[in-house]
Design a protein around this ligand. Structure first.
Ligand code: MN
Length: 197
């Protein structure tokens, strides 16, 4: 059975940047539904007990009839599980250590990276995610559709931003740019540094 993880902080802990109501609905309704539908879909198969990230990493070998549920709901479960950890109360600022160096090397500066990532998130059309990914030892910014997981494409997510309307509409309505600006204040760079290794 796949399980909805508990958050490491209270629903109101990311206020005023991310509001408590959005956090609560996002976690207890949206994320919970991905977990439930994943469980319903893979019931009685080997994927019932396999960690969702492992399933996504070997997506090509998943039987055709299960690919849709794994892609949509497995991806949704994995993406959100990461997303909660990629945010923290008193987050924001800039990364340090190896990740800071890699960002500078790849994008020129932290400011240039931030601008490029913001643009990817803002320009993404429809539902999806913006990512900072590590692939073949090189950092890259990419956006993915719906709940497609970068793990399906052999990439390691370092940082991800949910740009589905459900992640910002209650507070920001149509103002996606305001949500992205607010989100930078809760980025958990410690988690991103850990994921970079
Ligand atoms: Mn979401």
């Amino acid at each position: 059975m796949h399980e909805l993880p508990k958050l490491d902080y209270a629903y109101d802990a990311l206020e005023p940047h991310i509001d408590a109501k959005t956090m609560e609905i996002h976690h207890t309704k949206h994320h919970a539904t991905y977990v439930q539908k994943l469980n319903d879909g893979v019931k009685g198969t080997q994927y019932e007990t396999m960690d969702v990230d492992e399933i996504l990493k070997q997506f090509e070998t998943v039987p055709k009839e299960l690919q849709k549920v794994v892609r949509n709901h497995g991806g949704g479960h994995s993406n959100h599980r990461m997303f909660w950890k990629m945010m923290a109360p008193k987050g924001g600022g800039e990364p340090s250590g190896k990740l800071a160096e890699a960002i500078k090397k790849q994008f020129g500066s932290f400011a240039a990276f931030k601008e490029q990532f913001t643009k990817a998130a803002l320009d993404h059309f429809g539902s999806g995610w913006a990512w900072l990914l590590n692939g073949d030892g090189k950092l890259e910014i990419l956006s993915t559709l719906n709940q497609d997981s970068p793990l399906m494409f052999g990439k390691t997510p370092i940082l991800g931003l949910d740009v589905w309307e459900h992640s910002f509409y209650l507070k920001h309505m149509n103002k996606k740019a305001d949500y992205i600006t607010a989100w930078w204040n809760v980025v958990n760079w410690k988690e991103a540094e850990k994921r970079f290794g």
